[in-house]
Design a protein around this ligand. Structure first.
Ligand code: ATP
Length: 247
């Protein structure tokens, strides 16, 4: 019997506006068989920013890693464009995944230009997102500020025109103005059709750019809602859900 493999959509095919690009259903995932996140349900549509908030250890990174194919689900499913077959990160990348991990994804010993050349997209497209980088491209990246390094990393990922961006704590250790700049670029890419899952600890800034929010606590989603409905209570959410996992 011959079977016909289902063709994988390539990153070149844009998602239709509002199309569900990534979904997780009953996702339980963790390490060495021990769950760190339990029964997470989420959907991200083209053009949408979904923020995952939570204290240290709440399970945000584990959720992203499971979406990316780096951590295998213990139960439940993850689907890209309705394809729920288990996939590794490199296969997800071919399906249009861009992943910015918590570690700043740049090569410190290379120049900014060389870093951009290593990406899947054109350096010019990265600069279109962050024109302020142009004057620094001849420098070794290790000599750039943390914010400039992060712009370079984000610009390089966006230049590859992913259909999904998973971004883990883009703002870690950066000044509020830089965080605003980075998140504005993410928002603008979403407005052009990108589906984004944004892991953040800065509640107010995440709520400012997100469409929808899920708050994780001890590996479970304890609050979900439209960002517009939650913005007025950013301080309350931070105090109640992001102050540590002990209570
Ligand atoms: N490689 C690993 N092996 C075993 N346990 C892990 C591993 N990585 C994370 N964990 C555990 O899984 C749980 C969830 O961690 P995770 O990194 O997903 O949380 P987080 O919300 O992203 O936290 P942070 O904001 O500190 O990055 C924690 O209890 C953590 O100790």
């Amino acid at each position: 019997m011959t079977t016909t493999a289902r063709p994988e959509r390539t990153a070149a095919e844009p998602a239709r506006a509002g199309e569900v690009v990534v979904e997780a259903h009953g996702l339980t995932a963790g390490y060495a068989g021990t769950p760190a996140v339990h029964e997470v349900d989420l959907e991200v549509r083209a053009g949408e920013v979904v923020a995952l908030l939570g204290a240290n250890g709440a399970g945000k990174t584990t959720t992203l890693l499971a979406l990316a194919g780096e951590v295998t689900p213990i139960a439940g499913s993850v689907a890209f464009h309705g394809d729920a077959r288990r996939r590794r990160l490199h296969q997800r990348a071919r399906q249009g995944l861009g992943f910015l991990t918590e570690e700043r994804c740049v090569f410190m010993g290379l120049t900014g230009w060389q870093n951009l050349r290593l990406g899947r997209g054109r350096p010019e497209d990265a600069l279109a997102h962050f024109p302020e980088l142009e004057e620094h491209l001849h420098k070794k990246v290790g000599l750039l500020s943390g914010g400039q390094q992060q712009m370079l990393a984000l610009g390089r990922v966006l230049a590859a025109r992913p259909r999904v961006l998973l971004a883990d704590e883009l703002s870690l250790g950066l000044a509020p103005m830089v965080v605003e700049r980075l998140l504005a670029a993410v928002r603008s890419a979403a407005d052009d059709g990108l589906a984004v899952v944004l892991v953040e600890q800065h509640v107010r800034q995440a709520l400012a750019v997100a469409d929808r929010v899920h708050v994780l606590r001890r590996g479970r989603v304890v609050l979900s809602g439209a960002a517009a409905d939650l913005r007025a209570d950013a301080a309350g959410i931070a105090a109640h859900y992001l102050t540590g996992e002990a209570s």
